[in-house]
Write a protein that binds this ligand. Structure first.
Ligand SMILES: O=C(O)[C@H](CS(=O)(=O)O)OP(=O)(O)O
Ligand SMILES: [Mg+2]
Length: 238
């Protein structure tokens, strides 16, 4: 049986750089990132701040800048999978800045492996961890100071799938559906929202790839990574 030591930490609890980190943001940063790749994006630059995102956009006018919250001058779109899924991003570079997800990834940028994940890439993420034989993994629960239950549920599900591939997702998805984030998105508390966002964030294994973030020069860059799907239930692209 595979053994893997796991820690589940909020961003502020990261006392030291982990070797392997899985940064989880179900609602909505890494669901959005996965959709950006599905819509053809070549890479996603995770911006340190809104000002940095705008400066990158000014230097590269062809890049697509997005932020969470309401639309804002200088940004092309918002952090919504429902809105992003109808945008053609073929070959484009996306710059993403959000409150939780991108901050969490940047907090572990020195780790030797950084995966960014949500339910939409859960199995591919678990399979990549399994293939690498990672014996110690830190899951960064990005929302609500590490308490966001949609992120914690997804992190726990991925961890379980690594060591127990038959683990059923239903209970973990239920927690996501009943999370505070899901309510806030459904009730219009959060801005820059499409009515399908919650449903899209809870689509298990919608995509067959994992997402790996690495430092490229001074930038933290997220790229999709294909994961062999032998004998899996991962949905293949149609
Ligand atoms: O866009 C989101 O849903 C959130 C915004 S906030 O945390 O509710 O302000 O950002 P994310 O970083 O994707 O969790
Ligand atoms: Mg979130």
């Amino acid at each position: 049986m595979i053994r893997m030591d796991t820690r589940f930490l909020g961003i502020a609890d990261l006392a030291e750089t982990p070797s392997v980190a899985v940064v989880v943001d179900v609602m909505r940063a890494f669901t959005v990132a996965a959709w950006a790749f599905a819509r053809g994006a070549e890479k996603i630059v995770l911006a340190e701040s809104l000002d940095d995102a705008l400066a990158l956009k000014a230097r590269h006018p062809d890049w697509v800048a997005l932020k969470d919250g309401p639309p804002a001058p200088g940004f092309d779109t918002v952090n919504s999978p429902g809105l992003l899924r109808s945008i053609d991003l073929g070959g484009r570079t996306v710059v993403q800045k959000t409150t939780a997800g991108t901050v969490g990834a940047l907090a572990v940028k020195e780790a030797s492996l950084v995966l960014c994940a949500g339910f939409v890439v859960a199995e591919a993420t678990a399979r990549l961890l399994r293939a690498r034989g990672s014996d110690s993994v830190t899951f960064v629960v990005t929302g609500e100071d590490g308490q966001a239950d949609e992120d914690l549920a997804c992190a726990q599900y991925i961890a379980r799938r690594v060591t127990e591939p038959g683990t059923d997702a239903a209970e973990f998805l239920r927690r996501g559906a009943e999370s505070r984030a899901a309510s806030e998105l459904a009730e219009g508390v959060r801005q820059g929202v499409h009515p399908d966002d919650v449903e899209l964030c809870l689509e298990l294994d919608r995509f067959p790839f994992a997402m790996v973030a690495t430092l490229e020069g001074s930038l933290m860059v997220l790229r999709e990574q294909a994961v062999p799907a032998v004998g899996s239930h991962i949905r293949q692209p149609s």
